[in-house]
Design a protein around this ligand. Structure first.
Ligand code: UDP
Ligand code: MG
Length: 331
């Protein structure tokens, strides 16, 4: 910590004093990852041995294979491991929210179980956190493990999102990050059902550092995200964080009205000069079809917001917990 920032910290009384040397929590969402759990634990353990007090909180997101058994076996062997079991598959965003709601560590790191988030970064995350950053994000400098198509669509998404939304999310940054307890508490206050977590992490703010890393390929199993889900996810992000598309209807209707007026003026003049001209079917159809298409487009946009509003007004919980598993006997 620099001298000025430690001086500032000595003055801080609210809302929460900082605890930069306390406990570490790893939040690991898992869905059908029976083969990945063992290698994951093997890979992270060496980087946790130096950490005095830590917890690995797996969130089992309704796995249908033997993942829960594997996790419980691990929890039986190692008292640092705890398992939150969701009642069904709620999706990674909900699983991360569940983890954040149940982890009281002073710093939390969110990691995938498939080996794509290198545990070698944990000490560097902690170092940056201790030097005063509340959020440390892992920034993928090379995405060789992703296909060309995935990289291009991801780039397009970030471009559109950052243009439309008032918050800017850095491209090439995933969920792999460290967040301070104060940030966790802030995120818990966000009650929306549409959990586009990358947006929520950014929305709460706090000083952020980024740590470049090369993203390796998946170690075991297969990706859980298909194109259809990724598209939904992208739309959730855009419609959840921007109302610009709604305003589009205003611009579009203005444009159409201007076009209609110009065309009407032209028709009046033409009729006055050349008299009544009966064949007008083509121009009429073009105008009608254009207007109808614009209306359907805007209706579709409104529909996206209305459907999300419907979900939000029900105020259902983001996830349902089946149970929590951890050793409770005294060491
Ligand atoms: N995951 C989850 N629920 C889901 C889908 C995925 O908890 O519905 C977990 C998954 O087990 C993994 C992480 O989220 O630990 C990232 O998933 P994946 O590797 O399939 O995504 P990708 O790396 O391909 O974006
Ligand atoms: Mg992965």
């Amino acid at each position: 910590m620099t001298q000025t920032s430690s001086l500032r910290q000595s003055l801080r009384v609210a809302p929460l004093p900082e605890r930069r040397s306390g406990t570490l929590g790893l939040i690991v969402p898992v869905y059908d990852e029976a083969e990945a759990v063992g290698p994951f634990l093997e890979a992270v353990r060496p980087f946790l041995d130096g950490v005095a007090d830590c917890e690995i909180l797996f969130v089992n997101d309704g796995s249908r294979d033997g993942t829960l058994d594997r996790l419980c076996d691990a929890a039986l062997e190692d008292r640092r491991i705890a398992v939150l079991n969701l009642a069904r598959n709620f999706g990674k965003e909900a699983a991360m929210s569940a983890g954040l709601d149940h982890c009281d560590a002073d710093a939390v790191i969110i990691m995938d179980v498939d080996g794509q988030d290198p545990p070698e970064l944990i000490p560097e995350f902690l170092h940056l956190w201790r030097s005063g950053y509340d959020v440390v994000v892992g920034e993928r400098v090379v995405r060789r493990s992703d296909s060309w198509m995935k990289r291009m669509t991801a780039r397009l998404f970030y471009n559109v999102f950052n243009r439309l939304s008032s918050i800017k999310i850095p491209p090439n940054v995933g969920d792999f990050r460290l967040i301070d307890r104060r940030v966790v508490l802030a995120i818990r206050r966000l009650e929306e059902r549409n959990r586009f977590m990358k947006g929520l992490y950014t929305w709460v703010g706090f000083p952020t550092a980024s740590l470049p890393y090369e993203r390796p390929a998946r170690q075991a199993g297969r990706t859980k995200f298909k194109w259809r889900q990724l598209t939904r996810f992208a739309l959730d992000g855009i419609f959840g964080f921007s109302t610009v598309p709604l305003k589009l209807s205003t611009y579009l209707s203005g444009l159409l009205a201007a076009g209609a007026l110009i065309y009407a003026a032209y028709l009046i003049v033409r009729t006055l000069v050349f008299g009544v001209d009966l064949p007008g079917y083509a121009s009429l159809m073009v105008v009608v079809l254009c207007a109808a298409a614009a209306q359907f487009f805007v209706l579709g946009l409104i529909g996206e917001y209305v459907s999300r509003l419907t979900i939000e007004t029900k105020r259902r919980p983001v996830y349902i917990l089946e149970g929590e598993y951890r050793r409770t006997d005294d060491p």
